[in-house]
Design a protein around this ligand. Structure first.
Ligand SMILES: [Zn+2]
Length: 334
């Protein structure tokens, strides 16, 4: 089993907390990938209208095959990028011209280094800002984490943090494969044929640079990490993420997409609008529990320790990520 598939979640959180290149450990919430060989991590699922979902390791990829060119959503990890390109080549010989990054996390932008050689990389302004700032962020935040990890004897974590600090010390900002075309609120790509690709920046939810991508004709929506399908999400509060923001972002999306749209989540299997609504309900339940606890005078610690939402026990990450979700919801409730 590849080392990156068995890392503790703490390492994955660290990996997700900033743009991290190269051998980033993979968030790996989909258990069925565990038994696959390194050269067999990919599954391609056609969704109609020339749009495809591609599962590998890290955030789910989407791609659209137009008459002249291919548009790709997210690039997973550096070491996976050649495989992603190879999978796309099995579907079409059209060149890859655009890559959209849904946010700055390492499991969604790690392959940018390869893609930038032939594709225009597009994302929200904050994705570029956060990627370019990542060496400074790592230098500032990781030494304390490293000491903590050493004290706790977390070998994998220590190794990961040391690698990141080494990278941050030597990387030149101009080497970071950040998006070169950025936008503030919305952007459309007209990739040829009769498809229009809409990119919507949403209220801060997973991070403050989240975008979702909607293929108008195909009626396929790529949610990035604004949607974890049957997984407890990661709310990256240190990158501007917010539980209330998740609810607001999901409401915006649900108001704009037709009921029969297919939905690619950032993590988990391809889903539909009903699945997206169920994920919205998770935030309604979480925020409601937090508001009630606060109104009853419960402390944050007490709330985080005692809150229980049985409807989500079978979601991957209920043990690991749910307490952090609860803490965020408590902090944000009025
Ligand atoms: Zn993410």
């Amino acid at each position: 089993m590849p080392r990156s598939l068995v890392l503790p979640f703490a390492v994955l959180l660290a990996a997700a907390a900033s743009f991290v290149p190269a051998q980033t450990p993979a968030p790996q919430p989909t258990p069925d990938h565990h038994e696959r060989k390194a050269d067999d991590v990919f599954t391609v699922e056609p969704l109609g209208g020339n749009v495809y979902a591609l599962y590998g390791r890290g955030g789910n990829v989407g791609f659209y095959v137009g008459p002249d060119a291919v548009t790709v959503i997210d690039s997973q990890f550096k070491e996976l990028a050649p495989g992603i390109v190879a999978e796309i080549k099995k579907v079409t010989d059209k060149p890859i011209k655009f890559l959209v990054n849904t946010h700055h996390h390492g499991d969604h932008v790690g392959g940018n280094e390869l893609f930038r050689q032939f594709a225009m990389i597009v994302a929200h302004d904050n994705v570029r800002t956060r990627m370019l700032a990542s060496p400074e962020t790592i230098k500032k935040e990781y030494p304390a984490r490293l000491e903590k990890a050493k004290a706790a004897g977390q070998q994998e974590m220590v190794k990961f943090l040391q690698e990141q600090l080494e990278w941050a010390a030597k990387v030149k900002v101009e080497e970071i494969p950040a998006p070169i075309l950025t936008f503030d609120s919305e952007l459309r790509i007209h990739p040829g044929g009769d498809e229009t690709i809409q990119i919507w920046h949403l209220p801060p939810a997973h991070t403050d640079g989240d975008s979702v991508v909607y293929f108008e004709k195909a009626k396929v929506l790529h949610m990035g990490d604004d949607y974890f399908n049957r997984l407890i999400p990661f709310i990256d509060v240190s990158s501007g993420g917010s539980a209330r923001g998740y609810a607001a972002a999901l409401d915006k999306v649900l108001a704009r997409v037709p009921a029969d749209a297919k939905v690619i989540p950032g993590h988990g299997k391809v889903s539909d609008v009903a699945g997206l609504k169920a994920f919205r309900q998770y935030f309604a339940d979480l925020l409601d529990a937090a508001a009630k606890a606060k109104a009853a005078g419960k402390s944050k610690d007490d709330f985080v320790k005692t809150v229980d939402l049985p409807a989500y026990h079978d979601f991957d990450g209920y043990k690991d990520r749910f307490p952090d979700n609860a803490a965020a919801a408590y902090d944000e409730s009025r």
